[in-house]
Each structure stands twice: as C-alpha cells, then as structure tokens.
Write a protein that binds this ligand. Sequence first.
Ligand code: PLP
Length: 373
Amino acid sequence: MANSSNKYGRVFNFSAGPANLPETVLEQVRDEMMNYRNSGMSVMEMSHRSKEFDEILANATSVAKELLGVGDDYEVLFLQGGASLQFAMVPLNLYIKGQPIDMIHTGSWSDAAIKDLKKGFEMRMVYSGESNKFTQIPKIETSQFNPQASYVYLCSNNTIEGTQFKQFPDTGKVPLVADMSSDFLSRPIDTKKFGLIFAGAQKNLGPSGVCMVVIRKDLAERGDEKLPIMLNYRTHIKGGSRHNTPPAFGIYVAGLVMNWIKAQGGLAKMADHNAKKAAVLYQAIDQSNGFFSCPVDKAVRSDMNVVFRVKPESKDSEALETALIGEAKKAGLIEIKGHRSVGGLRASIYNAHPMAGVEALANLMSDFHKKNS
Ligand SMILES: Cc1ncc(COP(=O)(O)O)c(C=O)c1O
C-alpha cells in the first residue's frame, strides 16, 4: 500500500538496493525527460559524445571529486559490470606477483571478493570475522599488515551483516582498496588514505548499471598491457569513462544525486542525518526489552543497513518476523526482510531515505511489540 501522506503516494522503501532516490532528483529527471535542456531529446537518447553529455560527465566527475576532497592525482571513473566486476578488475590491475593481497574479511561481500582472488591471486587473511558470524570488526593495527602486500582489501559497510567500519586501518604505504558500495558518499572519509574505492551506484548514488571507481592515478599504471582492454583501468582513464558507450543515463542521475548531496550541505551533513536516522531504529530495538534484537557489536553497527530479529530465541521468531513484514507492507513500509542468506529483518536507510520513513518503522515496531507481548 502506498504512503498516502505524500503527493505521489510513494512507499517508504527499505530495500538494500536498488534503493530510493531523492524525490527532487526524480522530479528533475522527469522534467528533463522529454527535452533535456533544449537538446530536443532525453539523456537516454543522446550521443555520449555530445556537448550536453560532455557537461553531464564533467559535472558528475567534478562534484564527486569535490565531495571526496581529491585532486588530479585521482581519477573518477564510471564503469559497468556492477561492483561485482571490480572483484576481478582490482586484482587483475593491482596485484603484483609474489606480493600477496592482505584481506580483511568482514562478511558476504568480502567473501565475494575472495572468491575471485582464489582464481589465481595470492592472498593472506589478516582478519576474518567468520568465528563471530561477522558481528564484529576489531581495530586492526598497522603492524598486522605485510608492508610488501600488493594492497589491503576491505568492504567498508557490510550490507548483509549490518556492520560498518567506523574508522579505517592505517595501512602505511600499502594501498588500501575499499568496496564502498553500500556507504559511498554517506559520510566524510579521508579519501587520500585509499588507493582505490569502488561503489555500485544503486544504493546511495543512482540507478543500477553504473559503478564508480576512484583510483589513485599511479596505481592504474600497474595494469599489464596484456590485460583485456575493457578490464584495464588505463583504458577507461584514457577514454575518460567513454572508451565505449558508457551507462549515460545512470551517470546523469548519479551526477544529480551528488549535486543533491552537495546542496544538503555535503558529506558531514549526510553523516549527521544518517546517524540520527539509524539511532531511531537502534533505539527502538534496544529499548524493546529483548523483543527485538540486533546481533551486531554496538561499536560497529551500520548507519546504512539496520539488521535485527524478533525474539530470536523463541520458536515463534520466524512467524513473528513474517507477520511484521506483512504489517509493514500494509502500512507502505516495504522490503524489510533480511537477506535470504541470513534471514531476520533489515532496514536499509541510505542517504535519500527520509527520517519520516524511519520514524514510521519505529512506531510500527513499537505497536507490533505491544500487540505481541
Ligand atoms: C557491499 C557490496 N558490494 C558489492 C555488491 C554487488 O554489487 P553489484 O550488484 O553492483 O555487483 C553489493 C550489492 O548489494 C554490496 O552491497
């Protein structure tokens, strides 16, 4: 059922991705759909080498660099193949033979990256959260890294397990690579600590089909000439993300979303808003006397994906969760089911998710608790 308190009757969407986008951006896309700035066509229909698209790409690149606080020593790329292609592209380009990759394994998405590393790259496990079911992320000291590693790899926000690095390890001179798919541009980061960041757009940034890669230029030089052309970062740097036809519409929307982030006051404002939203849900969980519970160590609870269970020790747990999902749906709060690999419940509340949605869910949880205790 739609949320009738807004003019479009939209639902509150808690999907882990694709996720909701700022309404003002959707309105702008709608307004520009039939005739983008007097071009006589939509962005979907225009040449990716047109002057209009030159501007779209230049805007998306410059606002990304501004938000991330990086200069010309970094390249911003808009690629295809999702975040998942980066699990292969990163080692293909950055791995140096005889210098194993240092891996920080914090959940299902670092596991996905490991699966590709097993196809011919040496890797050393610096930390694995398997024994605590990925509910914790400890502080990792510089001394734990191999100074000869090709790079250190981590996933900054674990979309499925609901954990998030609150501070990043200091890897010294070893480049740090991060999959930031589910918390990209949700908070300020010291980008210069990273050699490469990648993020699928469909959570905090825009429609699916675009993956942003932020890479320190000197690292791109590691890629062997023998790599397939499309898998070499240098190809995309040289082509300015237009070696082939890029995901033009997605880049356009991502640029508008980044303009929106800037207009909201930038990453610090985003972080503040995101922390406040997350706090509403964690409070609803923590103050429920165990009716709801979050398995994640409080110190590393994600501000993006709030995972929780209803009475996990009880035999009625799953039935209660199914009932809550049904009631939420009826009230226009959709996609609160946990990932199929872990079960339970999950509310994903990325940048564009409004506080009103979070409050509506917290109220629904409180009513549900009263009815079922
Ligand atoms: C942290 C993380 N990495 C990677 C992916 C995979 O992204 P894609 O579907 O764009 O390949 C996801 C998708 O949910 C994710 O959450």
